[in-house]
Structure formats: structure tokens, C-alpha cells
Design a binder for this molecule. Structure first.
Ligand code: AMP
Length: 173
């Protein structure tokens, strides 16, 4: 029987700053059947879209993305904060609530025509996901899905991803 994934997500009020309710996925990761079930559900959506690679950003995107890539038998591309990747990179800068942030991937991590699913634990305002899509497209890849464990629908991140195939396992409105 599928696990109730939402029962394994913990709300932490006022983290990392006042007014934010942080969705803590560490209880889900620590529960063997819930973690496996989350990966199985991600794989059930991602598999038919036949990705060549999954692209996820540090740090939580690595946890789900690595396991998903293993389950699908495809590759994994890490997107990282500036200065972490050792070879030539391309980057995308995106707006946060206050200020900007930048993500980089290796310039040879996605090749022209490759099918890519961008993955994260949470879809909030959509800025991070949009930056990952920009990186894939800069390298000539095709984004065949934007996949999330959790979607905070009240932040309307999906609107920023208009035109892309977007899916989340759990929604909070
Ligand atoms: P976004 O606003 O969609 O660009 O989200 C920014 C990043 O912060 C994403 O990688 C999310 O995983 C994370 N994030 C945003 N809001 C939350 C939240 N309420 N709880 C946990 N993670 C969050």
C-alpha cells in the first residue's frame, strides 16, 4: 500500500525566517517505506517521459534526483552554487525573496537534444526551477518535465513554468 507521504513531512514555522513555514522532508527520508514510495511515485511520472538525465540542485535535489536517476536507469546532473563545480560551467541567476542567487552546471553536462527532467523537493515561487530550465536550454537540451515532491500552490510557482509539463506528488494550498 502506498505510504501517506504528507504524514512524513514536518512543518517548521518561522524557518529560515519569520513568516516562512518550512517543509522539512527529513522525516520522509528517514522512513524506509515512505522514501521508497516517494521515489517510486516520482519514477512512475518520469519514466514515460523517457529522460536521458535528471537535473537537481543542491542539496535536497541531489537526494531525490540521485535515487530517481538510479530507479530510471538514466544519468544525473548536479546544479550547484557558484565555485563548487571543478570544470567549465554555465550559470543562471534568479530572484529570491530578497536579492538574487546563481546556479551552475558543467558546460558539458547536457548535450544538444538530450531529454531532461528538472527535479526539486519543493516548488515555491518557481524561480529555482526556472533557472534550471534556463541552464538546460542554454546547453541545447529539451526539458521534458519539471518534477517536485511538494508544491506550495499559494506561491503560484507553476505560473512561472507555463508551457512545461509540471507535476508534484503533494500540494499545499
Ligand atoms: P523557489 O521559490 O520555488 O525558487 O524555491 C526556492 C528553493 O527553496 C527550492 O529549492 C525549494 O526547495 C526551497 N523552498 C522554498 N520554500 C520552501 C519551504 N517553504 N519549505 C522548504 N523548502 C522551500
Amino acid at each position: 500500500m502506498p505510504a501517506d507521504l504528507a504524514a512524513h513531512i514536518r512543518d517548521i514555522p518561522d524557518f529560515p525566517s519569520a513568516g516562512i513555514v518550512f517543509k522539512d522532508i527529513t522525516p520522509l527520508l528517514a522512513d524506509p517505506s515512505a522514501f521508497r514510495d516517494a521515489i517510486d511515485q516520482l519514477a512512475a511520472w518520469a519514466g514515460p517521459r523517457t529522460p536521458d538525465v535528471i537535473l537537481g540542485a543542491e542539496a535536497r535535489g541531489f537526494i531525490f534526483g540521485g535515487a530517481l536517476a538510479y530507479a530510471l536507469g538514466c544519468g544525473f546532473v548536479p546544479a550547484r552554487k557558484p565555485g563548487k563545480l571543478p570544470s567549465d560551467t554555465v550559470e543562471a541567476t534568479y530572484a529570491l525573496e530578497y536579492g538574487n542567487d546563481t546556479l551552475q552546471v558543467h558546460a558539458d553536462s547536457v548535450t544538444a537534444g538530450q531529454r531532461v527532467i528538472v527535479l526539486d523537493d519543493v516548488l515555491a515561487t518557481g524561480g529555482t526551477a526556472k533557472a534550471k530550465i534556463e541552464l538546460v536550454e542554454k546547453l541545447g537540451g529539451t526539458v521534458v518535465g519539471a518534477l517536485f515532491v511538494i508544491e506550495l500552490t499559494f506561491l503560484a510557482g507553476r505560473a512561472k513554468l507555463d508551457g512545461y509539463d509540471v507535476h508534484s506528488l503533494i500540494t499545499y494550498s
